[in-house]
Design a protein around this ligand. Structure first.
Ligand code: PMP
Length: 362
């Protein structure tokens, strides 16, 4: 069996040895719960959580009290709905490049959905942002891979409604560019740790004004004091972190942040594959040459068949709708093939993948 060529970083990033070692070291040598013990080992875990939170805060240009650990982007996006408690009259602006996790929680809550107009490149048309109480912005589509001008969209939304609450889904953006929540001036922002090389089960939720938001989850760690059935809430961010945190995953996150900051995926690999695959008449590329990912369909071949064929030859890529039905509907396709790279992918790997694809799509 040939070595696997993993070209699916946008679904989940491969883990470096340093991150795996940090998690193993935590489990083997440093394990204890956080916020619950006074022995030296427990205090060291508290320190680890604190320093990792500080690192995340710096990474996104936030203050530490604004950084909440969650179970992932989807978890954060759902929790925002619980925090904001919308009703049937709440207007939520969304767009057709959203991942299901950005829009469906609002659909599930029975809100009024307003779909933003898009430019030709499918990013939100800043000049035609609708009136909304809440606006969800996908900073970078997981299908088309082009960064939005988040700051301009938020400014435009505030011109329509100064009280609009803005939420940024940065699950893909975080891999390729620096997040600056102050520059964006968003109210909430989420991403998942596993997309930047840390582990699954951990995400970040940024809350601009955490002291104005009530907790959506209750339990250990989120209260300062309990008297009978009265609770005095903990300060932020702990008031949003009921229960034991995903400590093993947190043990790897700081290293993942250092690595992704200094070693982003090489997008020349995407351009190379774009140039090669665009020469094949049966391949119709949907993404731009300068995008962070390469998405296409193959004329006369179902994407699942294509995925199975390249998969059998060792190329691991993503096929289907990628939890982004709306953009596929707009593009008039049932699904697509997506290639994405991590900093670990090499020129040789993508050259081999291109040859394998050419062998299948003649
Ligand atoms: N938003 C976008 C744009 C994504 O690409 C993803 C992951 N595919 C998510 C949200 C959800 O992330 P997770 O599954 O880690 O919660």
């Amino acid at each position: 069996m040939n070595k696997i060529i993993y070209l699916d970083a946008a679904a989940s990033y491969q883990k470096s040895n340093a991150i795996i070692d940090a998690e193993a070291d935590f489990l083997r040598n440093r394990y204890a719960n956080a916020g619950r013990g006074i022995c030296g080992r427990a205090a060291a875990v508290d320190d680890m959580v604190t320093t990792t939170r500080q690192k995340v805060a710096k990474f996104i240009n936030a203050d530490v009290h604004q950084v909440v650990f969650t179970a992932g982007a989807t978890d954060g996006l759902n929790r925002i709905v619980s925090m904001l408690k919308p009703n049937a009259n709440t207007v939520v602006a969304v767009s057709d490049i959203d991942h299901h996790s950005a829009r469906l929680p609002w659909v599930g809550a029975g809100t009024r959905i307003a779909v933003c107009d898009l430019y030709n490149n499918f990013n939100i048309d800043v000049s035609r942002v609708p009136y909304a109480d809440i606006m969800v912005i996908t900073a970078m589509s997981n299908v088309l891979g082009v960064a939005q001008d988040v700051a301009a969209i938020i400014k435009a939304a505030r011109n329509k409604n100064p009280n609009v609450i803005t939420i940024v889904d940065a699950a893909q953006f975080v891999v390729h560019d620096e997040i600056d929540v102050k520059k964006w001036d968003c109210d909430f922002m989420v991403f998942s740790a596993h997309k930047i090389g840390a582990d699954t089960g951990l995400g970040i939720l940024y809350i601009k004004n955490p002291d104005l938001i009530l907790p959506d989850k209750f339990g250990g760690g989120m209260v300062a004091r309990v008297a009978g059935n009265k609770m005095i809430l903990n300060i932020a961010p702990e008031r949003f972190e009921a229960g034991t945190l995903p400590l093993t995953q947190i043990a790897g996150l700081g290293i993942a942040i250092d690595e992704i900051k200094h070693n982003r995926p090489n997008l020349d690999l995407i351009k190379y594959m774009y140039d090669e695959l665009s020469q094949i008449p049966r391949i119709r590329i949907l993404s731009a040459r300068t995008a962070t990912i390469l998405t296409f369909v193959v004329d006369g071949m179902h994407v699942l068949d294509f995925g199975a064929m390249v998969g059998a030859r060792g190329v691991c890529l993503r096929v289907g709708t990628m939890c982004a039905s709306w953009i596929h509907e707009r593009l008039g396709v049932d699904g697509s093939v997506r290639i994405s790279v991590g900093a670990y992918n090499t020129t040789d790997e993508v050259a081999t993948a291109v040859q394998i694809i050419k062998g299948i799509v003649k």
